[in-house]
Design a protein around this ligand. Structure first.
Ligand SMILES: Nc1ncnc2c1ncn2[C@@H]1O[C@H](COP(=O)(O)OP(=O)(O)OP(=O)(O)O)[C@@H](O)[C@H]1O
Ligand SMILES: [Mg+2]
Length: 279
């Protein structure tokens, strides 16, 4: 499993302000050459495979669903896609185009009818259910349109929940949950329960939850679908930042034009056909 650690101090809203309206770097005295300027906001350092290694290869993938009356729905048609660490990929398409089907196949939750999916160098077809579950728990982070936080748990407990299910050491779990929340700028909201957070904050907790186990790939299905455009943009920027700084690959689906603008690469999907798009 990839290991990364968070560095830096407080989230942006806790950074000490400088003189006047501008804070921090611009007004600070030039640091001595031996002391690098601390990163603002807190960020993370990759400590494993070099950025740019291939994490996913989808080759000629077709997905057919058998439905009533002997009919077949073809949800994906000869889909090809290669994704590398640190890439922020957006897939846009109308309802029913095949976006969720593709993410489900990449996550090994379902099997392609034809074609091959290679995840972290392993052909998914060769893995049994237990091996796929292990990959999902250790190497993939998930985000959805709704944050799906448990309302009775605090932000920190929500973020640590999957680590708890994975039987992570409690101290490590606490630390990772804390770091992931700091990464998304929510260190001051750790003890809030979901109903005590705004929609954007809840989705930031969902990002933290997706990142807490240090995945190599995050699959996000319409992560900004419930947010206003301003909040959605902030969430997209945050995810892109994490992708670039931590070397984690993100594949997001979205109807949101802003997602295409933020992405390193954009694809269009229409009636199961995936094609490179223009931002
Ligand atoms: N389990 C299933 N059985 C039969 N058909 C399915 C199944 N899941 C999806 N489909 C069909 O496959 C096509 C693609 O569905 P998918 O859920 O991938 O679309 P989507 O792009 O995610 O749409 P949305 O934006 O509404 O979430 C649709 O025509 C859908 O009806
Ligand atoms: Mg969908």
């Amino acid at each position: 499993m990839q290991s990364y650690r968070l560095v830096g101090g407080e989230p942006p809203d806790r950074q000490p302000s400088g003189n006047g309206a501008h804070s921090g770097v611009a007004n600070a005295p030039t640091p001595p050459p031996t002391q690098p300027t601390p990163p603002i906001p807190p960020t993370i350092h990759p400590q494993s495979a070099p950025v740019g290694a291939e994490v996913l290869r989808v080759e000629g993938v077709v997905k057919e669903y058998k439905v009533g009356g002997g009919n077949v729905v073809t949800a994906l048609r000869s889909v090809n896609l290669v994704v590398r660490e640190g890439e922020f990929i957006a897939i846009r398409g109308r309802s029913g185009a095949g976006k969720t089907t593709l993410l489900n196949l990449i996550a090994g939750l379902d099997n392609p009818t034809h074609g091959r999916i290679t995840l972290f160098g392993r052909d998914l077809a060769t893995l049994n259910d237990a091996q796929r579950t292990t990959i999902r728990r250790t190497e993939i982070g998930f985000m959805f349109q709704a944050a799906h936080l448990l309302p009775t748990l605090t932000a920190r407990e929500n973020v640590g929940l999957l680590l708890r299910l994975a039987k992570a050491d409690p101290a490590e779990r606490e630390q990772r949950a804390h770091e992931a929340l700091a990464l998304v700028g929510l260190a001051t909201r750790e003890q809030h329960r979901a109903p005590e957070l705004s929609g954007g904050e809840q989705q930031r907790v969902a990002i933290a939850r997706a990142l807490a186990h240090a995945p190599r790939l995050v699959l996000a299905d319409e992560p900004t679908g419930n947010l206003d455009s301003h909040t959605g943009l902030a969430i997209l920027e945050l995810m892109r930042n994490v992708a670039h700084v931590a070397g984690i690959a993100f594949i997001i689906t979205s109807h949101d034009p802003l997602a295409s603008q933020m992405a390193d690469r954009v694809y269009d999907i229409s009636d199961g056909v995936l094609t490179p798009g223009v931002a």
